[in-house]
Design a protein around this ligand. Structure first.
Ligand code: TRP
Length: 492
């Protein structure tokens, strides 16, 4: 009861699932998954990804949810309560939240800008993108510091407003509307995409079994890409699911929930692929300029803009462009609220533990504002194109005096990403698996699962094995893979 009055609690298990799946489904699914899958062997990548979800994703998800529900605290409180020596692991997650959200919000701002752009184009040609081509518009937008900060600010403000509302009447209420709406919009875009002439090229690019990727790209490289993608996509490794689990009632079945979230996330990722790749393939095979599978990260903003504005074109193009970017924006915001909640929860827990009443609104605004400020350099440096007249501070060189390494992250976004996703998160996740799997022993999770009336843990043996052995090895791959990417170590 104490829990309910002070910290908040999900009103229903369905509401919790909407929020958790909302956290998982985001830019990672819609942006990262399709192009990574296509570039890493299509169907072959999918199989590796699915194996990882089953043996690493499910186990980690259940571990995080169980820890959170057991302690009833956010990530810092949870680690502190479980083991004093591991308390700092919570801080890794908490700090990751600040860094990830600060750049996630800048990118979320981009999606909002594009949605508004297509909406305005619907009413008057040229009103949304100033008559520029997709590449030109993107180039001019990212170096427009003022516009970037404006949209970063709007995105952060919306995130704050939802989180301020609390667990049941803020996050849950929003995601219960947003997630079904997201699904409907996605289905509409998929139908349009797969019925275009030449769509099969895109479907083949994504799904055609191409095991030669294992030898051409290298199996290890495919594995590390899939592993990194899986952790990010499932919101694992920084305590997001610990925090969401802490608001879950003791009645609910943790094991079932830990199964549903990864399944739903994977389905959404595949659906996003079906919305995006067939359209790209269709216009590529029709010979529309500037459209190819090879855009990598440029896929979401440059290639797809071209797909809607030139490929489809006209009213229909603008309409689908709007629906698509709006759905990406919704997916991004249901993820950003979970990141903000991780940071906010720490301050709320601290108050509650002192027996004081936490002022959620005030805490959320302050934390959100700090994250907005941390994101300013990301918004200003135009993904490394150096808006401020080339005046971007070269952090790696200045702070660490590492000259050669600088090329690996010559923009703030990469730098924040390296700290959070590259180091803090895999480190935090590996320590979690050591703490639960080896220090505390895994029956603490079994006990928590079985704390619900009449529920017996069904997959304990499987889970125990995965958690002790496969999870740490999987994360080690992520850690080495990220370091390899950022520092160009050439391990893989
Ligand atoms: N999973 C989200 C995506 O795919 C992003 C996200 C939300 C996240 N919360 C997280 C990633 C926590 C890592 C950790 O876009």
């Amino acid at each position: 009861m104490n829990n309910e009055n002070n910290r908040g609690q999900w009103a229903s298990n369905l509401g919790f699932l909407m929020a958790a799946v909302g956290s998982a489904v985001g830019l990672g699914n819609i942006w990262g998954f399709p192009y990574k899958m296509g570039a890493n062997g299509g169907f072959a990548f999918l199989i590796v990804y699915l194996v990882l979800v089953i043996f690493v994703g499910f186990a980690t998800m259940l571990g995080e949810l169980a820890l959170g529900r057991k302690t009833g605290l956010g990530v810092i409180g949870t680690y502190r309560m479980l083991n004093k020596k591991f308390a700092w692991v919570g801080w890794l997650g908490f700090l990751s939240g600040f860094f990830i959200l600060s750049f996630y919000s800048v990118l979320g701002g981009y999606t909002l800008r594009y949605a508004i752009g297509f909406l305005m184009e619907l009413f008057s040609e040229g009103a949304g993108f100033g008559g520029m081509g997709s590449g030109e518009f993107f180039g001019s937008f990212i170096i427009n510091g003022g516009a970037n900060l404006l949209f970063h600010g709007i995105f952060m403000a919306l995130t704050i407003v939802i989180v301020m509302g609390g667990i049941a009447s803020g996050i849950e209420k929003f995601t219960k509307i947003a997630m079904p709406a997201l699904l409907v919009m996605l289905v509409i875009v998929i139908i349009r995409s797969v019925t275009l002439e030449g769509a099969s090229t895109g479907i083949a690019f994504m799904f055609a079994p191409n095991f030669s990727a294992f030898s051409e790209i290298g199996f290890m490289k495919v594995l590390k890409t899939a592993a990194g993608q899986m952790f990010f996509s499932l919101s694992l490794g920084m305590g997001c699911m610990i925090t969401y689990g802490s608001y879950l009632s003791k009645q609910e079945n943790l094991e079932k929930n830990a199964l549903i979230i990864p399944i739903a996330d994977t389905i959404f990722a595949l659906m996003a692929g079906l919305a995006v790749m067939p359209a790209v393939g269709a216009f590529m095979s029709q010979g529309v300029e500037g459209i190819s599978f090879g855009a990598g990260p440029g896929l979401l903003f440059v290639t797809l803009h071209q797909v809607f504005s030139v490929g489809m074109g006209g009213f229909i193009g603008n309409l689908f462009g709007f629906v698509f970017y709006f759905l990406v924006f919704i997916a991004a915001i249901t993820s950003s609220i979970s990141l903000l909640e991780v940071c906010t929860a720490f301050f709320i827990d601290s108050k509650v533990q002192k027996g004081q009443v936490a002022n959620r609104k005030k805490i959320t605004i302050i934390v959100g504002l700090v994250i907005f400020l941390i994101g300013i350099p990301v918004g200003l440096d135009g993904l490394g194109s150096g808006v401020a007249g080339g005046a971007t501070i070269d952090i790696p060189a200045v702070v660490f005096g590492m000259d050669e390494v600088r090329v690996a992250f010559d923009c703030w976004l990469d730098f924040y990403d390296m700290i959070s996703e590259g180091v803090f998160m895999p480190l935090g996740a590996i320590l979690m698996s050591v703490l639960i799997g080896w220090v505390l022993k895994t029956n603490i999770v079994k006990e928590e699962v079985e704390a619900s009336d009449g529920i017996k843990m069904k997959a304990y043996a499987f889970w125990d094995f995965c958690f002790k052995f496969i999870v740490p090895i999987g994360i080690l791959f992520v850690l080495l893979g990220q370091l390899d990417d950022f520092f160009g170590l050439g391990i893989f």
